[in-house]
Design a protein around this ligand. Sequence first.
Ligand SMILES: [Zn+2]
Length: 194
Amino acid sequence: MKYFFAPYIISIFLSIIVFVVYIYSNENVINIQTNEVFSQYYLFNSNYQWPVVGYNTITSYFGYRQAPTSGASTYHSGIDIAAPVGSNLISSITGTVIYADFKGAGGHTIIIQNGNVEVAYCHVDSRYYPSVGDKVLKGQIIGRVGPKNIYDVENNPYKDKNGNPTNGATTGPHLHFSIKIDNKFVNPLEYVNE
Ligand SMILES: [Zn+2]
């Protein structure tokens, strides 16, 4: 009689284990499905990759604004994303490098083109320029955020309040990011997902 209840206790115990395992395995299935849905959503809704992974603070939006520094446009052709010097720049699209040079108010600039789309990265570090003609893939690192002050451009008209030459019209390191479609600037936030 001593072990009369033993089979019942063991079977209840086993049932609990089976139940817990069932819950856990179901949870995993749900998680995997959520992730798959998420990645599909991401791919289907963003033909453009966010240009600086890990940084998504926008300090200036697309459109009309007060010029933050002399020489900067009151019509802002792109968005400014706060990111420290040296941050990796990611190609938003698969395409070809058509420009890697100093470009006036934009300072050191990289432009990637694919058909009627041009994506530009301004105030970059010229030491990490890709070569014009390079084919790049969406998601590939193509450069780095540049410093505020640069000394590698002759007769640079852009200067800070101390008279030191700057990386175009800029008050500090950041990425100016723009998208042109059919030769017209569009609001990048309507195309890229953070
Ligand atoms: Zn800007």
